[in-house]
Structures are given as C-alpha cells and as structure tokens.
Design a binder for this molecule. Sequence first.
Ligand SMILES: Cc1cc2nc3c(=O)[nH]c(=O)nc-3n(C[C@H](O)[C@H](O)[C@H](O)COP(=O)(O)O)c2cc1C
Length: 233
Amino acid sequence: MSCEQTASSAFGAEGMLPLSGVELLTTTRAVRKRLDLDRPVSDDVLRECVRIALQAPAPSNQIAVRFVVVTDPEVRRRLGELYQTGYGVYRQLDGIYIGSIDKEEGAEREQQERTAVSADHLAEIMPEVPAIVVGCVAGRAENMGAWVTSSLLGGAMPALWSFMLAARLHGLGTCWTSVHLQQEEAVADLLGIPFEGVTQVMLTPVAHYTGETFKPVDRPDPDAFIHWNRWQA
Ligand SMILES: Cc1cc2nc3c(=O)[nH]c(=O)nc-3n(C[C@H](O)[C@H](O)[C@H](O)COP(=O)(O)O)c2cc1C
C-alpha cells in the first residue's frame, strides 16, 4: 500500500483526519519540506477551512479577517518571488535569521539548524506551492497603543491559526510566515489589496503533505514561561 493510500484511508466520514484535540494542537507543524508541489488543492477544501476558521473569536463580534487565496500559477509565481525578496533580506539579519540564532549544543541546536535549512527550502519553492494564502485584517493601526494594535491583529490571528488547524485536519500542510511583509505594498499591488484600509498579517503556503503524519517536538518546561499571580524575573 502506498503512502497516499494509507493517508487517504485515514480520513473519516467527513473527509477529515480523526485527530484528538491534543494530537491536532501538537502536530500542526510548520510544513516546508513535505509540501506536495504536484498535487492541486481543491477550492472546496480551502473554502471549508475558511468556514471553520470563521468560528474563531473576533473583537466586538465583527469578523475582520480576510483570506486572499492565490491558486493562479502566474500570480503564485510572482507572490513567491516577493516572498523570496523578503527572505533574502531576512537571511542577512544576524541574530534574527533563524540560522544565526545560537542555541546550546545538542538536540536544541540540531533542531534549530534543521529549521533553518527547512526555512531556506520554503523560500526556494514558494513560487511553486499550489496555493498561497495571505491572511489580512480589515483596518490599519500604524503607531497605535497596545489596545488598538492588539484588537486589530486579534481580529485576524485566531482565525488564521484556526485555518491552519483546519487545513491539518484535511491533510494539508501550512507554515505561518511573515517575511513578505517587508514588501507589503508590492504584495498589495499584485493582489489588488487596498493597502490604505487592509493590513496583511501573514502568508502561508497550503499544499497536501507527503508522508503520513507529524510528531510533536520538544518544547521547554511550561513553568519557565508561567508567572503565577505576578511577573517574576
Ligand atoms: C509570527 C511568525 C512569523 C514566522 N515567519 C516565518 C517566515 O517568514 N518563514 C518561515 O519559514 N517560517 C516562519 N515562521 C514559522 C516558524 O519558524 C515556526 O513556527 C517555528 O520554527 C516552529 O516550527 P514547528 O512548529 O515546525 O516546530 C513564523 C512563525 C511565526 C509565529
């Protein structure tokens, strides 16, 4: 039995993988090397992922998130090239580029190095990915305080992550990315996004993934990230 047969037989009656909540949340990974560039993604599945995503919380119950779904090969190519331009700048940024961030020796360092190779790979293939989604929010909040900025971005981010979780349930790989935002206006021009009134938040490739599943990765002890009752250094 081929990998694809195994994977497709794993889908339940509703065409979704029967993952538990914990499995879904711990195996929705940044997929870059395992994006299947040869298999188209159906518009119906993309629409279904957006339908699920629209259940996410929204400030004042106003849905401000927008999904620009790019499947046209020529537009994808040009969008992918803009991503590559942004990635080229990011790659030069010492201490910010993932491959330049020092980690202790051992497993953590190896994981970081693998991720850098994988991020470089995504930049190379982005123009060929079958679908690219640019997640946007209606409104702009330049140089505003925390409440306005948080409310604006919070109008999109929960829904965009839900979209990625829904995609995982449908056997699709995604990867939250942001380097294209250095070219936000150029991307707005390419896609006809009204720059004055719509903020781009992220971009994700969307493709069926190769192989069968994903594993959780090692993460640090939660207590290192919790401040009980009061912030403590
Ligand atoms: C705000 C944000 C921006 C990111 N930008 C990029 C990006 O531009 N390119 C990229 O390849 N990955 C990007 N990532 C993905 C992270 O590198 C990825 O989530 C992290 O390495 C963990 O990967 P894992 O979930 O597979 O362990 C971004 C993630 C976030 C949350």
